[in-house]
Design a protein around this ligand. Sequence first.
Ligand code: UDP
Length: 450
Amino acid sequence: MDSPPLRIAMISEHASPLAALGGVDAGGQNVYVAHVARCLAAMGHQVDVLTRRDDPALPTAADMRPGLRVLHVQAGPATAVPKEELLPHMPAFAHTARQLFRHSVPYDVVHANFFMSGLVGLKLKEWLGTPLVVTFHALGLVRREHQGAADGFPEQRIAIEKRLVRRADRVVAECPQDRDDLLRLYGGDDERIRMVPCGVDLTEFSPGDKARARRELGLSDDEFVVLQLGRMVPRKGVDNVIRAVGRMAPRADGRRPVRLLVVGGNSPVPDERHTPEIGRLRGVAHEAGIAERVHFTGQRQRDALRACYVAADVFVSTPWYEPFGITPLEAMACGTPVIGSDVGGIRYSVADGVTGFLVPPHDPDALAERLMLLRDNPALASALGRAGIRRVRAQFTWDRIARDLAEVYREARGEPTPVTGPQRSAVVLRRAALGGGVAAVLEAQPEARA
Ligand code: UDP
């Protein structure tokens, strides 16, 4: 690192880097915060992730690695609360964060994730002058375009996002579509928007032995395995994938029967009681006449995902819209070709005809046609998979993303030129000066706060 390290407060109110993933409210943002924070800490920066305490058993502060702590902020009940209902608890979050900032030394920059953390970051900027960088991860107006009445977020979301776009020092767009949305729908100022995509951890996701992965998962070698992996929410278009699989014409020789593996859910138990969406999707599979070809696994922990990607012949993700979409990168890192919706971040990460194919969302026939092409041309599928590995290695590693974000932080601080030299030791002193007052602030009861 050529410049002195930064003290970074990363705020992610609902998406903790420590959460189990795959449920309704735990997915890409959690992965982003965990990896960006880890890589920044590995680069020598000091990172505190502030997230809402959603379980009384959580420690006040958890060390994730040297230079990286997760601080649990009391804001609302210490239980899971749907993210749509969290906005009223953000004033309490902001007040605790303010106390925290006072008891620690000032952070150099706040990186807020999602609009509610953005609101906290804006308050801190007003109160303390801390430069603010925002990654929205999803935009209310885009969501509303696609979800209409099903959008359960409060009305104020849009006004808060517009304020953030006007007032944040830098806004991170995750893909060209995100940038366009910020300009088109929010009147964003291109001068303050920086495009930094999401990434993938190549130590976590890499090519492997397909036959072995299939044995581990109980899949047979002659099947054409289609993988769908992610949060189980309607906008992910899992029903589209099921319908497409149902429309694939079997091969004349009867070989390579299709199997659809659907990974994700609120629990490792793949039933309707834990994940109502799985119940709906089983109905779709039944209607399509392929119930016995679709296998729901429920939520899977990180260490089990690589085998799923490696075992698959193709990874499919056809959401209605997608702010970025990390799962296609994970598949590519494992050498698996991707068929994705021609929307948002997928349009950016998947090179059509090179690392996979882009198809319109809500179009099971177009998807079925591409699936059959790959089923019947294994050499093409392998070539697309190999190109995917090259693409993620060149463009989408978390190390690279974290380096780019650190530059954005410096810009937000009005610090365009890297500075070297004695200032490094000043940061070491600041680290040592971070004292026990922080714990007192985090452990204080909400009523006792200002
Ligand atoms: N994921 C997981 N276990 C599951 C399902 C999903 O760890 O059972 C992870 C998945 O590997 C990916 C993240 O959740 O890293 C989903 O991120 P993505 O950006 O694809 O979608 P988002 O959740 O942001 O809509």
